[in-house]
Design a protein around this ligand. Structure first.
Ligand SMILES: *[C@@H]1O[C@H](CO)[C@@H](O)[C@H](O)[C@H]1NC(C)=O
Ligand SMILES: *[C@@H]1O[C@H](CO)[C@@H](O)[C@H](O)[C@H]1NC(C)=O
Ligand SMILES: *[C@@H]1O[C@H](CO)[C@@H](O)[C@H](O)[C@H]1NC(C)=O
Length: 400
């Protein structure tokens, strides 16, 4: 039996659509000003109370932070909430500058929330300048105790859009235990020399999208730790910083696999690496597979394509023992632009577990320097080659 879309059906449809709009229009607004928030003040209590009321509201709710400058201390926005909840930021939210104010690695956290929307043209300013001066990341413990600006823990079916994060003391955004979370039109900005200010770090999470965003930092643009699965990165503009990174993997016991990663249509400008997979030598077992990079533009990038299974900053490991992280099913398609160092493509795999099924198709990377053309280096890998190859694939090849 067919359904004819006649005038009556169309008007019924319109009535249905109109009533849906009415329901959405009934979103209850919780404006922080009604909780005592004043410009240039510390609004931690106001925003905490507004969140509590919004979260307890049995319907669609919205916390609004209007356009003005505010200060907020450590705060955790907890769910579960009774309905979908929006956190709408139009103002500028500043962190306490002094790292000693914090007694944990959190500035603002969102935890155990389903159907969260974070929106608005406002920004979060981590006031990181005071912390960076003192940081000594070579000790590897000071940096990780600094607060992360925005943490999303166990957040599901949610979207973060349009907001800006400036000058975090440590990572800008950390995603942990989340499922179906999208970052769209997010801007992240910190100076090139600010240590450990990763843009978005994802771990133990599934179906995370980072799209249409601009990330300039002193560390990784987007980094994927263990347990990152079904990750989609598209239309992201990175630089300066360290590029898009998977890993480092293999440092800890019982790490979860990284799998199904798509990085499509991104631009990396003036970054240390372009797209990189890094694992520790002398490591615990792990795996990274089904990882695909496509249509990526590299502008003046130190090492545009890098797999580094001998990643060992500050000589912390006995690097003669090979990595036990298995890398397989990785492709690089249509990667073009310029390299700041001669070895534009560097695929250094583990002697114990050579990389499998690595594909290079349509590579065009020119070396910016004057001492000859770009080269590529392959260790413990036999890549599948297709299309144009500049540099020629595996100019230098070592199989242990
Ligand atoms: C950082 O720590 C290392 C190792 O403890 C030390 O040698 C170095 O002097 C420290 N640097 C600064 C700037 O504090
Ligand atoms: C993922 O989250 C978005 C945003 O809330 C939602 O519209 C969509 O239905 C969710 N997808 C699934 C499969 O639940
Ligand atoms: C790699 O791809 C092959 C062929 O598509 C597939 O059979 C294999 O299961 C994949 N390996 C992993 C670890 O995903």
């Amino acid at each position: 039996m067919g359904l004819e879309l006649n005038a009556a059906a169309i008007s019924l449809l319109l009535i249905l659509l109109t009533s849906t709009t009415t329901i959405n229009a009934q979103t209850k607004v919780f404006d922080v000003r009604n909780y005592g928030a004043k410009p240039n003040d510390d609004i931690t209590p106001a925003v905490t109370e507004a969140w509590k009321d919004a979260c307890a509201y049995p319907g669609s709710s919205k916390v609004v932070v209007p356009a003005a400058v505010y200060w907020v201390g450590t705060v955790k926005f907890l769910g579960p909430c009774k309905g979908p909840i929006e956190f709408n930021v139009l103002g500028s939210i500043n962190s306490p500058g002094d790292p000693n104010y914090f007694n944990g690695d959190l500035w603002i956290g969102f935890e155990r929330i389903d159907h969260l929307t974070m929106s608005g043209t406002g920004d979060f300013d981590g006031q990181g300048g005071t912390a960076w001066g003192r940081s000594n990341c070579s000790k590897n413990s000071y940096c990780i105790h600094l607060p992360i600006s925005l943490r999303f823990d166990f957040v599901t079916n949610s979207i973060v859009r349009d907001i800006t994060s400036y000058d975090s003391k440590q990572f800008h955004i950390n995603v942990f235990g989340c499922q179906n979370l999208t970052f769209d039109h997010v801007t992240i900005r910190a100076p090139e020399n600010s240590p450990n200010t990763d843009g978005i770090h994802i771990g133990h999470s599934t179906k995370i999208n980072v799209i249409n965003s601009k990330i300039s930092t002193g560390d990784d643009c987007v980094s994927l730790g263990d347990g990152s699965q079904d990750i989609f990165i598209q239309g992201v503009n990175c630089g300066p910083g360290h590029g898009i990174s998977i890993g480092s993997l293999g440092k800890y016991q019982n790490e979860q696999p990284v799998s199904k990663v798509r990085v499509i249509g991104c631009t990396l400008s003036n970054t240390k690496t372009g797209v990189r997979i890094k694992t520790w030598p002398d490591s615990y077992p792990g795996s990274a597979s089904d990882i695909h990079f496509e249509n990526i533009i590299m502008e003046n990038v130190d090492t545009p394509i890098l797999i580094d299974q001998e990643y060992c900053p500050w000589n912390q490991c006995k690097s003669q023992n090979p990595s036990k992280v298995k890398i397989s099913n990785v492709s690089y398609k249509n990667i073009r632009g310029t390299s700041r160092t001669k070895v534009a493509v560097k695929i250094v795999c583990s002697k114990a577990l050579p990389c499998q099924n690595v594909e290079l198709t349509g590579i065009d990377l020119k070396y910016n320097g004057k001492d000859g053309p770009a080269t590529s280096r392959c260790v413990n890998v036999n890549p599948i080659i297709g299309g144009h190859q500049n540099p020629p694939a595996c100019t230098i090849k070592t199989l242990n």
